[in-house]
Design a protein around this ligand. Sequence first.
Ligand SMILES: *[C@@H]1O[C@H](CO)[C@@H](O)[C@H](O)[C@H]1NC(C)=O
Ligand SMILES: *[C@@H]1O[C@H](CO)[C@@H](O)[C@H](O)[C@H]1NC(C)=O
Ligand SMILES: *[C@@H]1O[C@H](CO)[C@@H](O)[C@H](O)[C@H]1NC(C)=O
Length: 278
Amino acid sequence: MGFHLLSLGALLLLLTRVFESQALPFDKNYNISWGNNNVKSLNKGEEIQLSLDKNSGCGIQSKQSYGSGSFKMRIKLPSKDSAGVVTTFYLHSHTSHHDELDFEFLGNREGKPHTLQTNVFANGVGDREQRIQLWFDPTTNFHDYSILWNSHQIVFFVDEIPIRVYKNHRGIGYPSQPMQSEATIWNGETWATENGKAKINWSNSPFIAQFQGFNIEGCSSNYNLNCNSTKLWWNYEKFWKLNQDQEKSYQDIRSKNIIYDYCKDTNRFQNIPLECLK
Ligand SMILES: *[C@@H]1O[C@H](CO)[C@@H](O)[C@H](O)[C@H]1NC(C)=O
Ligand SMILES: *[C@@H]1O[C@H](CO)[C@@H](O)[C@H](O)[C@H]1NC(C)=O
Ligand SMILES: *[C@@H]1O[C@H](CO)[C@@H](O)[C@H](O)[C@H]1NC(C)=O
């Protein structure tokens, strides 16, 4: 009997693993947060289209909150002229002094480079924008965008290439509240593209962003686990800092692709923020 129970347990674990490595449909982990009419599910929920038209944008959110993890989304951005159209993928705590980790695609006039902004909010304080120009056209294919979040570092990746690292140094605001994984598309024409000068050309609407890959590898607050536990793979010591190859490609991005870094914005910050000095 004991043997049978054990092997049943092992079988279930194996099946869970196999199941989790397959693409999950949207509604397994996510639901719609706003703009129902602008969310379209394709291919049995393996792909979701979020659209912006004159009436509305829309958003999706994970059903659960997570205290650490590796959050990935495959995204294909609105094609052609998307000036003023902001597409996002981010983590958000929905608390009064909220934590937030953002990917924000700022839209572009057709033919101009694509700008990706990242930001980090800790305990209600943001103002940590960095912007890079992407080295590929994000509107022609799906690409991976992911956030690694453990108690040592937060890393933003584009196709496995680290584009931003935020370290947990003592005395620095660091996101530690459970967050939901979310994605949206909305009208940001007052600020997003060319500092708000490039407005939305509505004759190109609806603007459609496509999303795939709704698996979440995160420490759900339902698990009743210490989300810093080194039993969770994203907390393994090898993920406490970049490895040598990652460090090399990160330095490459920093020297070639960064077009704005709050750490260097002395007009905005008379005292350079503490985390920039480390
Ligand atoms: C989304 O899922 C959460 C958790 O299951 C639930 O509380 C919420 O009401 C759902 N929202 C919608 C719009 O269905
Ligand atoms: C996990 O690490 C974070 C960041 O250092 C810390 O704020 C939090 O208290 C830790 N949580 C537990 C349960 O140890
Ligand atoms: C808006 O887009 C339409 C269709 O692509 C184009 O014909 C028109 O010139 C654009 N308007 C502006 C102001 O760029």
